[in-house]
Design a binder for this molecule. Structure first.
Ligand code: AMP
Ligand code: GLY
Length: 428
C-alpha cells in the first residue's frame, strides 16, 4: 500500500527509514519530509498543509494512500485523525479528544486524580493571585506548567518561590505562551530519575513497547537550558528500570489510563509515551505525550525488529491483539547523540555548511538521522536547531556510545555542538 507520513524531523526520518523497510509499503509519501528523508528507498517528499484536513484527504485520494502515520503532536491535537477517519482512511494516532492527554496538562492531571493514577500532587489555576498564594503556601522547589502545547518549553522547575511566581505571571498574562498559558498546573517537585516508557494501543488492547532515557539539558553534566532533547538511549539503564517496574507501570499507570479514556468516551489509539519519575523505586507519571519522542524514537526504531508498518497499521485498525508477545526488540543497546546549531535552544543561525557526512559509515546499526538539514548546491547545510541525530547500536551501551561518538567525529561542522556525555547515568 501507499503510506503517508506527516512530519520532517529526526523522529520522522527514523520512522521513514523503518516504514520504507515494511513489507506493507509500496510508496512512502512524507509531508513535508526533508532532503535526507527523500533519499530513503520508496520515499517521496510532498508539501501539504496539514492544518487543512481537506487538502490531506484529497492528496490521499489522488495517490491511493491507504494509511497515514502522524509523527508530531500538533496535527494530532488539531484533530487530523478525526478528519481522516471520517474519510475512511486508516490513520495511526489519537483523536483530537484523546490527544488532550498531551494537549492539556490539566486534563491529564484531572484524569489521574479521578482514576487514582500515581502522579505529583497539583492544583490548576487561571487567577494570578490565587496561584501566588498557593506557591507561597507550598514553598519551593515547585513546578509550574502551562496547560497547553508550548513546544517543550512550558515547564518551569522553580528553585525559589519568586521564580515560580514570576513563571505564573508570565504564563497567565499570555506573554509567555499565548493561549496555551492561559491556565496553569502547579505541582509538587518530584526528586528522582526520569525514564520514558512507550506503549501502543488500538483503543482496546494495550501492549508495552520499550524504555528509553533522554538528556534534556543543553550541556555536559546536565547543565544549561532545557532543550527538546540532546541525546537518548534505549533501553533505560538497569539500575533504575526492570521488567518488574515495567509491569507495575503498565498495570498501575498505562492500562488504567487506557481504561479511563474509554470510560470517558474518548478511547485512545496510538503511542503512549509516559514520562515517568522513579522515586525510591516507585513510578510517578510526570506527563504523557501521544506520539514517539524525539530523539527517543531514533534508538527505538534501530532496536525494533518487527515490521513497523504492519504494527502501526494493525493498531490503527483494531487488530493489535494479535501482536501480544510478538513485538520483537533487539537485545542490543542503541544510543543517539544530537548535533545542534550553536546557540540552540536560544537563537541560532541556519544555512551553515556541514561536511564529512559521506565519511560516516552507515548500516542497519549505524545511521545519521537528519533532524534539520537541507541539501543545496551539492552540500548539506543546517536548517534548524537540532540538526543531526547520530545513532548506533551495539551489544553494550558502552560500545554503542563509542561507536556513535566515532561517527560524530567524522562530521565536520564548525557551527554546531553536541554533548560528549550521552549515556552517563548508565555508564558512570
Ligand atoms: P515536560 O515538558 O512535561 O516533559 O517537563 C519537562 C521536564 O520538567 C521533565 O522532563 C522533568 O525533568 C521536569 N519536571 C516536570 N514535572 C516535574 C515534577 N513534578 N517534578 C520534578 N521535575 C519535573
Ligand atoms: N524528547 C522529548 C519529547 O519528544 O517530547
Amino acid at each position: 500500500m501507499n503510506i503517508l507520513l506527516i512530519g520532517s524531523g529526526g523522529r520522522e526520518h527514523a520512522l521513514a527509514w523503518k516504514l520504507s523497510q515494511s513489507s506493507l509499503c509500496d510508496q512512502l509519501f512524507v509531508s513535508p519530509g526533508s532532503d535526507a528523508i527523500g533519499r530513503e528507498p520508496k520515499t517521496v517528499n510532498t508539501a501539504l498543509d496539514t492544518s487543512d484536513p481537506v487538502a490531506v484527504i484529497l492528496f490521499c485520494e489522488e495517490h491511493d494512500i491507504e494509511f497515514v502515520v502522524i509523527g508530531p503532536e500538533t496535527p494530532l491535537v488539531e484533530g487530523l485523525v478525526d478528519a481522516l477517519e471520517t474519510a475512511d482512511i486508516a490513520v495511526f494516532g489519537p483523536s483530537k479528544a484523546a490527544a488532550q492527554l498531551e494537549g492539556s496538562k490539566g486534563f491529564m492531571k484531572d484524569l489521574c486524580k479521578k482514576y487514582n493514577i500515581p502522579t505529583a500532587a497539583y492544583e490548576r489555576f487561571t487567577d494570578v493571585k490565587k496561584a501566588h498564594d498557593f506557591i507561597e503556601a507550598q514553598g519551593a522547589p515547585i513546578v509550574v506548567k502551562a496547560d497547553g502545547l508550548a513546544a517543550g518549553k512550558g515547564v518551569i522547575v522553580a528553585q525559589t518561590v519568586e521564580q515560580a511566581k514570576e513563571a505564573v505571571s508570565d504564563m497567565l498574562s499570555g506573554d509567555a505562551f499565548g493561549e496555551a498559558g492561559s491556565s496553569v498546573v502547579i505541582e509538587e517537585f518530584l526528586d528522582g530519575e526520569e525514564v520514558s516508557f512507550f506503549a501502543i494501543s488500538d483503543g482496546a488492547t494495550v501492549l508495552p513497547l520499550t524504555s528509553a532515557q533522554d538528556h534534556k539539558r543543553a550541556f555536559d553534566g546536565d547543565k544549561g537550558p532545557n532543550t527538546g532533547g540532546m541525546g537518548a538511549y534505549s533501553p533505560a539503564r538497569e539500575g533504575v528500570w526492570s521488567p518488574e517496574l515495567e509491569r507495575e507501570v503498565l498495570e498501575r499507570i498505562v492500562r488504567p489510563t487506557a481504561d479511563a479514556m474509554s470510560a470517558e468516551g474518548t478511547p485512545f489509539k496510538g503511542i503512549y509515551y509516559a514520562g515517568l519519575m522513579i522515586v525510591h523505586g516507585k513510578p510517578y507519571l510526570i506527563e504523557y505525550n501521544v506520539r514517539f519522542g524525539d530523539p527517543e524514537c531514533q534508538p527505538l526504531m534501530m532496536r525494533l525488529k518487527s515490521d513497523l508498518g504492519e504494527l502501526l497499521y494493525d493498531a490503527s485498525t483494531n487488530n493489535l491483539s494479535k501482536w501480544d508477545d510478538k513485538i520483537v526488540w533487539s537485545k542490543e543497546h542503541a544510543l543517539c547523540v544530537i548535533m545542534a546549531a550553536n546557540g540552540y535552544p536560544g537563537a541560532y543561525e541556519k544555512g551553515t555548511s556541514i561536511r564529512g557526512l559521506n565519511h560516516v559509515p552507515e548500516s542497519r546499526k549505524m545511521k545519521v538521522f537528519h533532524a534539520g538539514t537541507k541539501y543545496e548546491d551539492e552540500q548539506w547545510i543546517s536548517n534548524g536547531g537540532r540538526v543531526l541525530a547520530v545513532t548506533s547500536m551495539d551489544s553494550s551501551l558502552d560500545l554503542a556510545q563509542s561507536k556513535t561518538y566515532e561517527m560524530v567525529s567524522k562530521v565536520n561542522w564548525e557551527d554546531g555542538f553536541y554533548r560528549k556525555d550521552i549515556g552517563w547515568r548508565a555508564l558512570s
